[in-house]
Ligand binder design. Structure first.
Ligand code: ZN
Length: 373
């Protein structure tokens, strides 16, 4: 920096025919500092460097002498930062949204065929280990595979469990944070997904011997999502699940009873239910009055011209879900509630339809399960 910066700064300023005072106004940096920079009496902070480069419309790499062309960018992040300084308010929000879209474009979207392969793989394992009826015990499958399974009671919120690999030996630890057997089973099954699915252990244990999971169905990480799909299919194989569906009531009552039968979490069961039922049903998981996840049964998917609620959308006003969020204690106590509402309150569509909204607090999980049927 010593050799170039002070010269380049002066050159860039003079090429614009600016006085030091003008540069001070444009960059927001005191004129006394600029004078010191140009005589090499003082070096700029990174923030000042960015402001100066931004005002002079050159790159920081140019000012630092790393490149000889004023506009050449060595590091593309530099260019982003340079513009970021000038973007405020709504434009900044717009940019954030756009960045999110671009980032998501790079997260691989799973094709139905890939999902199907994962499901088939999980179901084969269920039958291979001799299970012909619910509940499927993931600990038993792990033991058969010589994987040691241990509870861990000091896990943080958000961590469901972990898979360890030492040499050729695997071990699973699962969080007991939520004191929920169904959630624990799902966590163990998720880790089994990493163990059984092609490419997972190579990827996860590339440079470490422990993988920490967040098995929750909402992860944007490809490996986490695949392990969740595996877990749902392992604990609730399609054929077995469908064979039992008719025995249960429709809606939330049915989901609660199936979760008991399968020994699975309410969330995972509800999502699986929506996937496999022939009925009209919409499942919503939410926290802090915002939607985390929404899935529609095949029949519900047939609603025309709809916009499915997305992550981050607010829960509609005056619904049982919204009302329960105002009383967090009821969520903790796993309270239930229900209310009649209209489909168009929930889903942006041109159709009106009475729906029964059933709501259940998910206890320590802090979330609410909403079933629309
Ligand atoms: Zn994982």
């Amino acid at each position: 920096m010593d050799d170039f910066f002070y010269k380049r700064l002066k050159e860039a300023r003079e090429s614009l025919k600016w006085t030091q005072n003008q540069l001070s106004i444009e960059s927001g940096i005191p004129i006394s500092s600029i004078a010191q920079f140009e005589t090499n009496a003082r070096k700029p902070s990174f923030a000042s460097l960015r402001s100066l480069a931004s005002a002079l419309r050159v790159t920081t790499d140019y000012l630092l002498g790393r490149v000889n062309e004023p506009q050449t960018v060595l590091n593309s992040e530099d260019a982003l930062f340079r513009h970021l300084d000038k973007i405020t308010g709504d434009d900044r929000k717009l940019l954030e949204n756009f960045a999110e879209i671009l980032a998501n474009r790079n997260t691989k979207v799973m094709k139905p065929l890939e999902q199907k392969l994962i499901k088939n793989h999980a179901e084969k394992i269920v039958y291979k280990h001799g299970f012909t009826e619910f509940p499927i015990d993931p600990i038993k499958i792990a033991k058969n595979e010589n994987i040691e399974v241990k509870p861990k009671d000091d896990c943080f919120e958000g961590i469901s469990g972990s898979l360890l690999k030492v040499g050729d030996q695997f071990g699973i630890m699962y969080s007991t944070f939520y004191s929920n057997k169904g959630f624990e089973n799902f966590s163990i099954a998720h880790e089994l997904g990493h163990y059984f699915l092609d490419g997972h252990s190579e990827f996860l244990f590339n440079s470490t011997n422990i993988h920490q999971s967040n098995a929750n169905f909402f992860s944007s990480d490809q490996h986490e999502r695949e392990a969740d799909i595996f877990a749902a299919s392992l604990l609730m194989p399609e054929d077995m699940f469908k064979e039992n569906l008719w025995k249960f009531e429709k809606g939330l009552d049915g989901i609660i009873d199936i979760a008991k039968l399968c020994n699975t979490s309410l969330t995972a069961t509800a999502i699986r239910y929506a996937e496999l039922t022939d009925d009209f049903i919409i499942i919503i998981i939410s926290s802090n009055s915002k939607i985390d996840f929404c899935c529609l049964s095949q029949k519900a998917m047939r609603i025309k011209n709809k916009e499915i609620p997305k992550k981050g959308w607010s829960i509609p006003k005056n619904t049982a879900t919204e009302i329960m969020f105002k009383e967090p204690l009821r969520i903790q106590k796993s309270d239930r509630d229900s209310k009649q509402s209209d489909l168009s309150d929930w889903i942006d569509c041109d159709r009106s339809r009475d729906v029964n909204e059933e709501v259940k607090g998910l206890g320590k999980y802090g979330k609410i399960l909403t079933v629309l049927s």
